[in-house]
Write a protein that binds this ligand. Structure first.
Ligand code: SF4
Ligand code: SF4
Length: 164
């Protein structure tokens, strides 16, 4: 069933300040312990949440496109990499290639990615909640709690452990 993204947006915004405080508390948790907690919650949350009912990341933000991503996608479109860049991408403030458009132009019907096999590495790894060194991306994860219902749920559940 399609997620109610408008309710999610309101709920995640109203919880943002509390999640910011939680993020500061999480900085003090041992790195390995935090990685283990995030990984367990990642599997738990995604066992109940289907990205095909959401696609909010594809609808609202752009992944970073590495050169290897650009080459692979350009090849799949039988385009030159430079033509792919001209048509779809620009550099952001950090100098990374990102999409000119939002929602992503490769998002198809029923929330399906039309370039799934060739999608950028950043799309494969999003929302980065089952990786090592969660400490290093706590600020990013806090920001992602406004975009990704799974990250929001992980913050909610991890809060039940560390807000005490
Ligand atoms: S990764 Fe998060 S925002 Fe993206 S589709 Fe899945 S649940 Fe939604
Ligand atoms: S390339 Fe696919 S997975 Fe990545 S943002 Fe676009 S539609 Fe989503």
């Amino acid at each position: 069933m399609e997620l109610d993204l408008s309710s999610f947006s309101k709920e995640s915004k109203s919880a943002f300040q509390a999640n910011k405080k939680l993020k500061n508390r999480l900085r003090k948790v041992k790195g390995k312990e935090l990685d283990t907690q995030f990984e367990a919650l990642h599997h738990e949350v995604f066992s109940e949440l289907d990205c095909l009912d959401c696609a909010n990341c594809c609808k609202t933000t752009s992944p970073i496109f590495l050169n290897t991503d650009i080459d692979r996608l350009a090849k799949s479109f039988r385009m030159k990499s430079s033509a792919f860049i001209d048509e779809y991408l620009h550099r952001d403030e950090e100098g990374d290639y990102v999409l000119n458009f939002s929602p992503c132009p490769f998002l198809g019907t029923e929330n399906k990615c039309q370039v799934y096999e060739d999608r950028p590495k950043a799309c494969r790894e999003y929302p980065h909640t089952n990786r090592k060194n969660i400490h290093g991306i706590l600020e990013l994860s806090l920001q992602n709690s406004l975009i990704c219902p799974a990250v929001f749920k992980i913050f909610d559940q991890i809060g039940a452990i560390y807000r005490k």
